[in-house]
Design a protein around this ligand. Sequence first.
Ligand code: KG4
Ligand code: ZN
Length: 449
Amino acid sequence: MLQKGQWSVLPREGRRVLPPVVPEEGIICRVSMLILNKTAGVFFQPAKRKVYEFLRGFNFHPGTLFLHKLVLGIETSCDDTAAAVVDETGNVLGEAIHSQTEVHLKTGGIIPPVAQQLHRENIQRIVQEALSASGTSPSELSAIATTIKPGLALSLGVGLSFSLQLVEQLKKPFIPIHHMEAHALTIRLTNKVEFPFLVLLISGGHCLLAVVRGVADFLLLGKSLDIAPGDMLDKVARRLSLIRHPECSTMSGGKAIEHLALQGNRFHFDIKPPMQRAKNCDFSFSGLQHIIDKIIMQKEKEEGIEKGQMLTSAADIAAAVQHTTACHIAKRTHRAILFCKQKDLLSQSNATLVVSGGVASNLYVRRALEIVTEATQCTLLCPPPRLCTDNGIMIAWNGIERLRAGLGILHNTEGIRYEPKYVVPFIIFMQAAFVKVKDWILLSYALLE
Ligand code: KG4
Ligand code: ZN
């Protein structure tokens, strides 16, 4: 029998739990709170001795309660402070997230020192909430996994310094996580997907196509040459002042464009997808952004309104930009699939395309990708929307994947640094740029409803 308070999230069917060696109800929370207070370091200064006293008097036997490995994942690479505890079998035991979207919407974009301050204010609470919801004490964790690259330097720094203090207090292994690797592997938490598979990551900060051959073995086929699609959509949404639209005021730029596009007519503007002639799998979105900027300026003149006011044609513009973005993404992905088939890089019988990142939650983009995968006999898989955007679960799961593969588990964190840019390439580049895809199938992306 489980004692009251042992689980705040009840075990799922099939999870085996040994008879409890559980401290008094509430102690787990108090201990983790103290550790986290200590870990918050410069933000809160709890009595150091108290933490050690509590830990000493608290005779945990790691693995007694949970047969499976448990990883705490911490994510602060951009504007979400997120944490989760995930076990080896993919059970999410607890999670918590604080989104800064509303604040950044008001300031018209992410201001790094503001993001840093918000991470600082929330990280302790979020980690505490994830741990409490999981019903685990910090001492039961097998490791702590944290995003260290790529991302905003000031944001990454908060998550890393918090994690390193926690690691030191608890004497746990540390697993540094590459944010894009975590996005790519999330699908293995929700679906049974074997390596290799093709992944398309489309978010506010990134845009890439890669063959995932193993946990830390990626073959990059293409990437954005300038900005990411989410960034472009965010900029268009800002230029259209969608924050003033009553239905869109709390949505991210991309989500607002998707919402408004439902009411618009994409045929009102004829915009060609970028890079039509480039025989590679790269992307570009800044040209499209400039075209849209020009259209908006023209429309403002025609409608006789000032910059910052809502255009009556905003929905049509949203529909056109969404359609062009979806076509561009679909065409480059189509090329990558054909390239993989030609080079035998994916399973012959069950080639899989995984799509993730914030923009992957866009249903119109998904529909365009469905057209491509249907035509090329590929399976299309997307994590559920809440796992497509940044979250702590994907970081914890990446930790589990690395733990299982025995890759990048640090017992000494000396010299560990965050890396805002891809300083050390985690990916091997494949020069898809000059490879001609012979059996290019002409798909009608205009089929998109
Ligand atoms: O993956 P994510 O949460 O953060 C990173 O950028 O890493 O992605 C956020 C991005 C934002 O640019 C946001 O506008 C975009 O994803 N996004 C969307 C949608 N929901 C979020 N873009 C298009 N359609 C959506 N429904
Ligand atoms: Zn992301």
